[in-house]
Design a protein around this ligand. Sequence first.
Ligand code: AMP
Length: 350
Amino acid sequence: MLSKVFDIKDHVIATLGSHCSLQVLKGAKDEGLATLLICEKKRASLYKRFNFIDELYFIDTFDDLLNNDIQNELIDKKILLIPHGTLISNLKFDELEKINIPIFGNKWILRWEADRVLKQKLMSESNFNIPSQINRKNEIKNLCIVKLHGAAGGKGYFLAWNEQSFDDGCKKLIDQKVIKSEKELYIQEYVLGVPIFLQFFYSPLKDEVELLGIDRRYESDIDGIGRIPSHIQIKLNLEPSYNVIGNFPLVLRESLLQEVFSMAENFAEKTKELVAPGIPGPFCLEGVYDKNGKFVIFEFSARIVAGTNLFINGSPYSDLLYNEPMSMGRRISREIKEAIKLNRLDDVIT
Ligand code: AMP
């Protein structure tokens, strides 16, 4: 049987208009590929400004992606969909898995990102240092961070140091109708140190992990609370929130880099075992470096993260690998082009 022959001209790079879509489509255009943005009508005036977007495909809300007619229309347009945080925060993972549009990367691993139990399994099997998980609220002895399931950008997280403070935080979320019961919460040891986000790309074509950038998040209002003197903080009874507003670029001490690569390589290998075909494309390891330089990983993202938007023109790390500006978005399109050339597109999409 003759295998299918792929052609670059047969494909259009597409993504949802939000999160890192500008970077992704600019990168695709820099690689000479056609681009399409799936755009909510209310955001038309923003996205019309950018001439690297060849086509704006309007929908009312991102939920419309579940509509079969819309999916078929997009399939006819020969799109390859680049998933990002907005796709996974708007759709449930079983809905996402049923989408018929070819998705860049491994759509099955997005479930492992959204589900805390699966996430924990992948992280511990990758031999990461991970914060301990507290299963019952009466076991809270030290400072903990209480999280919601899914990618909510840190929204709704709160700190607890004993059962009472957990109950107080939980009640607030129930009153605000963010959750229905405490069963929706996940309690994790709070790791003291500095949060760092390591941005990688795994190429199945080269079987290689690349470090393309590092950032830290600027979160409201945890990053603002320190601007208020402590005696006033105490009076105001302030409760921090962790809503990501933006990102800062970062470089690590060079002596930490060797371990950075081995963690990422372990992860890429483990994903192949646990959730085939593994992790073709971008991923991010997210954690805290403690005072001894130990990296404790509290999360991973199994797709492009918005912190890569810092490096549209490349980062110090992408510069070491490429003699041209290489954003994560552009790297995705480079891989797709390469896969098409090698007739291996099936290795990078699901
Ligand atoms: P996440 O949504 O899990 O990426 O977390 C949002 C923010 O909460 C992070 O950027 C950190 O500032 C903070 N955070 C999450 N988990 C921990 C942890 N185990 N220890 C300390 N800080 C954390």
